[in-house]
Design a protein around this ligand. Structure first.
Ligand SMILES: Nc1ncnc2c1ncn2[C@@H]1O[C@H](COP(=O)(O)OP(=O)(O)OP(=O)(O)O)[C@@H](O)[C@H]1O
Ligand SMILES: CC(=O)N[C@H]1[C@@H]2OC[C@@H](O2)[C@@H](O)[C@@H]1O[C@H](C)C(=O)O
Length: 403
């Protein structure tokens, strides 16, 4: 037997694994690196985050990624070059973290690498009959494995697509395994570039669990922070707090079939970008709105579309009806007080917490998700989520051996 397969087999049989989960999201702020101790699998999964760091991306890397990121037309050479480049860079970032944490790479069982999404195209978006749902993540796992010497799981989303899903959100699996709690209706709301939530019913019935994107989280706020402030984001919503919501623009922003589509659904910056806002401004004759008013309106746009989606779950008479949900926030948007208080106002019947209250750092949650998915591929894979669309019972992640 190939020694590397023997090694993988040994790891799969361990009662507890040390897995590094990696996530580089749509905000392009950096690589989230979560070193997790994981035991059990499926609903018995137990995770302890041993270390966590966000390794910030340098400006030139962000610029390189933005040349192809969420763009319909790109230079193919750039895509081809970035694929190994990001893989190697992520590998090096892992080594740097381990060095800082004084942990030998040999003590890590596997790496679970999401890579960088460069284009997301569910069928509802591309609308080209003969093509399936599609999504593309780069930063090839072979390069991560070669640089770190650690077996690497990567490219998690393709199996989901292969079984009819949109390739996202995958949070449904990790959220159910880590956060489902009998007796409490929970909504796990993650606000990254794009916002999504997982519904976890109090009866823990897996066949009713799902995650859906709700639309923009921070992606438009960040785009205009770069434009107006020359900063990566509007820190603590300071600019937004100075503005007034423009009702006409807000209405135009909310006019998009994505918001009426059934759950679960996904989207990305391919749709919600500066051109989208400019089209809404033209349509609502609000091109002269001030930067502060635009920012205030965009925050309200994120808050309203998040709250509208959640209301569809909790409103009496709807099929997903639930009572007294507690909303646990995570992701960078949870640090924006203007955004969070707008959501609180929109959902007066919900109580609010943070995933940190449940033992998982909200900034690490998505990186932890990929560690959990790799753990599931190694040692689990039997939990069924029923026939609900978008939650196929599959093992995810392709294996790259270091040699
Ligand atoms: N103090 C703060 N004030 C305002 N916004 C903040 C603050 N801290 C973080 N953010 C926002 O959070 C973003 C980063 O969020 P996060 O890392 O969760 O996104 P991501 O994982 O890249 O996105 P996605 O989940 O869509 O893939 C920043 O770009 C910024 O918009
Ligand atoms: C295609 C893609 O990368 N989607 C991301 C993105 O970031 C948030 C939201 O959009 C979510 O659908 C997904 O990530 C999380 C980790 C998920 O799959 O659950």
């Amino acid at each position: 037997m190939n020694q590397q397969i023997q090694h993988l087999y040994t790891i799969a049989r361990k009662p507890e694994r040390r897995i590094i989960g990696l996530m580089s999201g749509t905000s392009l702020d950096g690589l989230d690196v979560a070193l997790c101790h994981i035991s059990g699998s499926g609903p018995q999964t137990q995770v302890v985050i041993e270390r966590f760091a966000t390794v910030p991306y340098k400006e030139d890397l962000k610029t390189d990624i933005r040349t192809i990121f969420a763009k319909d037309k790109i230079e193919f050479e750039q895509l081809c070059l970035l694929n190994p480049y990001i893989g190697r860079l992520h590998g090096q970032m892992i080594l740097d973290c381990l060095n800082e944490w004084n942990i030998e790479p040999a003590l890590i069982d596997v790496v679970a690498s999401h890579g960088q999404t460069v284009y997301h195209a569910p069928k509802s978006q591309h609308r080209r009959d003969k093509f399936p749902n599609a999504t593309l993540q780069i930063g090839d796992g072979d390069h991560v494995a070669a640089v770190t010497g650690i077996i690497t799981f990567s490219d998690f989303r393709q199996k989901h697509v292969a079984h009819g899903g949109e390739g996202a959100p995958l949070a449904v699996y990790g959220d159910y395994f880590m956060f489902s709690q009998a007796g409490e209706n929970r909504l796990l709301l993650n606000m990254g570039g794009i916002a999504n939530f997982t519904y976890l019913p109090a009866d823990e019935d897996a066949s009713n669990v799902f995650t859906t994107d709700t639309g923009p989280g921070n992606t438009l706020l960040d785009a205009y922070a770069r434009k107006f402030l020359n900063k990566a984001y509007d820190e603590d919503g300071k600019l937004a707090a100075q503005g007034h919501i423009n009702a006409d623009l807000l209405l135009a922003l909310k006019t998009n079939p994505f918001f009426d589509a059934p759950f679960p659904k996904t989207t990305g910056p391919e749709v919600f970008n500066i051109s989208y806002v400019e089209a809404a401004q033209a349509q609502s004759q609000t091109i002269n709105v001030t930067p502060a008013d635009l920012m205030a309106t965009l925050v309200q746009f994120s808050a309203d579309t998040i709250a509208d989606a959640i209301r569809r779950v909790i409103r009496p008479g709807e099929s997903y009806r639930i009572a007294e949900p507690r909303v646990y926030m995570s992701g960078g948007g949870a640090h924006n007080p203007v955004l969070t208080s707008a959501i609180h106002q929109q959902l007066p019947n919900c109580t609010f917490g943070h995933t940190d209250d449940l033992g998982i750092n909200g900034d690490a949650k998505e990186a932890v998700l990929f560690a959990v998915l790799a753990n599931e591929s190694l040692a689990g894979g039997t939990t069924s989520f029923g026939d609900r669309q978008g939650v196929p019972t599959v093992s995810m992640g392709k294996v790259s051996f270091p040699r």
